[in-house]
Design a protein around this ligand. Structure first.
Ligand code: F6P
Length: 326
């Protein structure tokens, strides 16, 4: 596509705290390096419908602390069709955008990968999702904030769980990944986590009961990852009611509150680093990679690897939870 003078930036899929910090970083780093920036509204939808605005440094003032995304976000059906992507490409050309930075999760990066292949457009992905399920980066933008939100909620649930001597199943997000549930459980001092990664290995409820609920505790909190693979918190509550009727069980589904709020320092710093690195990557003529941070170093991860949906759960963490919840 020749020399790059103008970068388009969009956020797509589920919003995640820290997306604004990433938009700010890409915009400012691009301008600092003499490039123009255009903000594309509502994800790929804005590329298809030409909702595109030139961004100056002031467009991203006072947003680093805001949750959500000032560019709005959407899951776009048109972009999944060749006709929709052709329209998107034509708008991109008409707007003189030479490269795209896409901030989002696996669905968004899959879209970028297809678009880049079809039209030979340089696309750089930034991992933006609370789920932390992208391979090639230690954490994703938004994950740490969501984890802290879960922590805050579970700390509060514990007060009532202890007072009433109840067993609580708390359902957290993560789609088919258990990072929020497992690390949320460790951080909150919960008794167990039920995660999709182990759904075929053991009956996680049986293991929890066997490991001594009621031997030493009158109340308990179990974090359950939402997922068809686990069946969700309601499923486990029903099972306990049927199989262990002596237990007083309650369910809390945390839902979309996990996606909101002001990003933590970790997410703001991560987003800022990744945003600057995205502009560096474009200037180095990198294309079709996600930028990640591994062992505190910036890494370029081919889209095909990042979105393979096989980021492993660290088994040590499972043992930590098991040992500390006696
Ligand atoms: O991918 C982020 C996420 O919040 C998942 O954890 C969750 O399963 C999904 O998005 C919810 O999507 P929606 O906001 O479209 O209901």
């Amino acid at each position: 596509m020749g020399i790059i003078k103008c970068i388009g930036i969009l956020t797509s899929g589920g919003d995640a705290p820290g997306m604004n910090a990433a938009i700010r970083a890409v915009t400012r780093a691009a301008i600092y390096n003499g490039l123009r920036v255009k903000g594309i509204y509502r994800g790929y939808k804005g590329l298809v419908t030409n909702e595109i605005v030139e961004f100056k440094s002031q467009n991203v003032s006072n947003i680093i602390q805001l949750g959500g995304t000032i560019l709005k976000t959407a899951r776009c059906k048109e972009f999944t069709t060749p006709e929709g992507r052709k329209l998107a490409y034509e708008n991109m050309k008409a707007q003189e955008i030479d490269a795209l930075v896409v901030i989002g999760g696996d669905g968004s990066l899959t879209g970028a990968r297809i678009f880049a292949q079809e039209f030979d457009v340089p696309c750089i992905g930034l991992p933006g999702t609370i789920d932390n399920d992208l391979f090639g980066t230690d954490t994703t933008i938004g994950y740490d904030t969501a984890l802290n939100t879960i922590l805050d909620a579970v700390d509060k649930i514990r007060d009532t769980a202890t007072s009433h001597e109840r067993l609580f199943f708390v359902e957290v997000m993560g789609r088919d990944a258990g990072f929020l549930a497992l690390n949320g459980a460790i951080a909150a001092g919960a008794e167990a986590a039920i995660i999709p990664e182990f759904s075929t290995e053991v009956d996680q409820l049986e293991e929890f009961i066997k490991n001594g609920f009621r031997k030493s505790k009158n109340s308990s909190i179990v974090l359950v990852a939402e997922s068809e693979l686990t069946g969700g918190a309601m499923h486990y509550a029903e099972r306990v009611k049927n199989e262990y009727p002596g237990y007083d069980v309650r369910v809390t589904i945390l839902g979309h509150l996990q996606r909101g709020g002001s990003p933590t320092a970790h997410d703001r710093i991560l987003a800022s680093r990744l945003g600057c690195a995205a502009v560096d990557a474009i200037m180095e003529d990198q294309r079709n990679v996600m930028i990640g941070v591994e062992n505190n170093e910036i890494v370029y991860v081919p889209f095909s690897k990042a979105i393979k949906n096989d980021k492993p759960i660290n088994r040590d963490l499972v043992n930590v939870l098991r040992e500390l919840s006696i």
